[in-house]
Design a protein around this ligand. Structure first.
Ligand code: TXA
Ligand code: MG
Length: 313
């Protein structure tokens, strides 16, 4: 276990160093367009086990495998026509596809937690792609935060949660999307939405020809699906119009606060600011009141994260 975590710069030298650490079975956090991921070689069982340990994550929760480009997906999974359509439309980007594992995939079974499917994503972030190319293999990466805590959208968030527990973090500034990828799986050939995220359901429907359904049986327990997740230390109160005595307020649109998700009511800006705002308000030690956010487009993913942050724990 490293004593303190190295902060690598976002340049050729830093990317080479990060790829070298991954190749040596070490853990490296890196920026994607959604949130910072905690990367490990997805073929190396010991490295993947170290991810679970560093996060304190229950080991039945499988990880997303990140690839440098969409063409690599066929080496790990059987891509159905539907899956390929979504990959063509949204990769690289904030979409994860849960697809059947292919024979001879070479991934550690810890990555998939023993399931017969694998979650694949090709991130759009230029630095993430440069790292994936430099490393040359599949990188398993959950969000780079202790399990159950607020997701990280800056290198400073990563350090605050995991300093000394991972080898390095590649600092590439703040994440542009700010909420995790949308996760789509299939049940009996029908696309289902496993997690709302950076690609809105409306955009998926435009490609699929219908909206993804709700999963019938929650067989796998995705950590993002645990009720109390993304949790700040302080209590969170939703749909607040004004702060009560002693609360700090997170505003949206015309409802101002100590901080605003978006003064203009822009949902993309709100998603990008969400976790950083929760980190900052949580640091005040006061309970957090949050203004209502409309349930459309990226608002669905934002409200999903807010409900989990507010859930009893
Ligand atoms: O934006 C993101 O998706 C970020 C960045 C780093 O890429 N990653 C991320 O990973 O959010 P994580 O581990 O926090 O969430 C991955 C989700 C979990 O809810 C997990 O249970 C689900 O993906 N998942 C992974 N493999 C799966 C599988 N085979 N079947 C169903 N769900 C799966
Ligand atoms: Mg997470």
């Amino acid at each position: 276990m490293p004593d303190s975590t190295r902060i690598l710069r976002d340049d050729t030298h830093g990317i080479k160093a990060a790829a070298g650490l991954l190749g040596a079975g070490q853990l490296v956090a890196f920026a994607t367009e959604t949130v910072y991921g905690l990367g490990a070689d997805a073929r190396d069982g010991a490295a993947v086990a170290a991810v679970y340990a560093a996060k304190g994550r229950p080991s039945f929760n499988p990880l997303i495998v990140h690839l440098a480009d969409a063409a690599q997906a066929a080496a790990y999974a059987d891509m159905s026509a539907d899956a390929q359509k979504l990959a063509d439309a949204f990769w690289p980007g904030p979409l994860t596809l849960v697809v059947p594992l292919r024979a001879g995939h070479g991934l550690s079974s810890l990555v998939t937690a023993g399931l017969e499917t694998v979650a694949l994503r090709v991130p759009a972030h230029a630095r993430a792609r440069a790292l994936l190319r430099a490393f040359g293999g599949p990188v398993a990466a959950p969000s780079a935060n202790p399990s159950g805590r607020i997701s990280p959208t800056t290198a400073a968030h990563v350090i605050a949660g995991l300093d000394g527990r991972i080898a390095a973090v590649q600092d590439a500034g703040a994440c542009a999307v700010g909420v995790e990828s949308t996760i789509i799986g299939w049940e009996d050939g029908r696309a289902v939405l496993l997690r709302a995220g950076g690609v809105a359901a409306e955009e998926l429907a435009a490609i699929l020809g219908c909206s993804p359904g709700a999963p019938a049986h929650g067989g796998i327990t995705a950590p993002g699906q645990l009720r109390s997740h993304y949790a700040p230390g302080a209590a969170v109160r939703l749909n607040a119009r004004t702060a009560r005595e002693g609360e700090v307020m997170l505003g949206f649109g015309e409802i101002a606060g100590d901080m605003s998700l978006s003064e203009t009511g822009d949902l993309a800006q709100a998603a990008a600011r969400l976790f950083d705002a929760l980190h900052a308000l949580d640091a005040t030690g006061k309970p957090i009141a949050v203004a209502p956010v409309p349930e459309r487009g990226l608002g669905v993913a934002i409200n999903d994260r807010l409900r989990r942050a507010a859930a009893p724990r």
